[in-house]
Design a protein around this ligand. Structure first.
Ligand SMILES: NC(=O)c1ccc[n+]([C@@H]2O[C@H](COP(=O)([O-])OP(=O)(O)OC[C@H]3O[C@@H](n4cnc5c(N)ncnc54)[C@H](OP(=O)(O)O)[C@@H]3O)[C@@H](O)[C@H]2O)c1
Length: 252
């Protein structure tokens, strides 16, 4: 890995963001509630999540530890934040989902594997090599302080909202209910809103082009899906709260 490869991979992520946004606005990706009844080439949803999210853990770790010459305390701290989130997302989160009856498309797993491997490599390399992360003075820089606060708030919203959704099936129910409480009071896709806030904070606190690219991709991926979820709720539930927005509280 060198600066040229890093730039090529960055362009790839930005290009994928544009493509993902355009295609998801046209047709929502078929997993979760959008799976067709007899969709072909699928695997259990639990394995799908484990497989396609795990490169974010492995690729980031390999790239970070194999290419960093002597990683700083700040870089190691950011490494830990990334790993804590993705070990939860790739392993603990799918185990907690009440979706053992669900399948996941193989195509989606393969696309996720490729994208997440590249994203993990890119962000691992960026954090290992960013000169401004070499000194602990970065910890008092306003970009770090504000970014870390935004990331923490976003993570809290995402975690709380995912827990609310998991709780909707804690009694063994297999269908869908109207989520309430927390940020669901304001938006249909509260977990996606939290995810977008979280990666925006990460981009700010790391101040790397790779962090920015992933934040842009997260918006490109989740904004159209949040809009689709909102339309789906309105169509499915007659008593759906009319004041609730799709994904951005008070705005969209
Ligand atoms: N950074 C990124 O680009 C990115 C991309 C994708 C996902 N993510 C994150 O990964 C997490 C999961 O994403 P997702 O797309 O699977 O989210 P989701 O569509 O909100 O579903 C999350 C889980 O809750 C269940 N669920 C959702 N709404 C429900 C309802 N009204 N009633 C009962 N159960 C409900 C789903 O079941 P079903 O599976 O049966 O629908 C699924 O098990 C989120 O935190 C998201 O932010 C991040």
């Amino acid at each position: 890995m060198n600066e040229t490869v890093y730039r090529v991979l960055l362009v790839f992520i930005f290009a994928m963001s544009a493509l993902t946004f355009a295609s998801s606005m046209k047709r929502v990706t078929r997993y979760g509630r959008y799976m067709k009844d007899h969709q072909k080439n699928t695997l259990p949803a639990l394995w799908g999540w484990l497989l396609f999210e795990s490169p974010q853990v492995v690729a980031f770790a390999l790239c970070f530890w194999l290419t960093a010459e002597s990683p700083s305390v700040v870089a190691i701290g950011i490494f830990c934040v990334w790993q804590a989130h993705y070990v939860h997302r790739a392993v603990l989160f799918p185990l907690r989902l009440n979706n053992r009856h669900k399948r996941f498309p193989v195509g989606g797993v393969l696309a996720g594997l490729v994208f997440n491997s590249i994203n993990g490599v890119l962000n691992g390399w960026a954090v290992a090599h960013a000169a401004h992360l070499d000194s602990t003075t970065w910890l008092t820089d306003p970009r770090f302080v504000v970014g870390a606060a935004i990331m923490a708030v976003g993570w809290g919203i995402n975690f709380h909202s995912d827990n609310t959704l998991i709780g909707l099936r804690s009694d063994g129910f297999k269908g869908y209910r109207i989520p309430t409480g927390g940020l669901f009071t304001y938006v249909s896709a509260a977990n996606y809103f939290g995810e977008i806030v979280m990666w925006t904070g990460f981009a700010l606190m790391t101040w790397t082009a790779a962090g920015l690219a992933f934040a842009v991709f997260t918006v490109a991926n989740l904004l159209p899906r949040g809009l689709a979820h909102h339309r789906w709720y309105l169509k499915t539930f007659d008593d759906y709260p009319p004041e609730r927005r799709a994904i951005l509280p008070g705005l969209l």
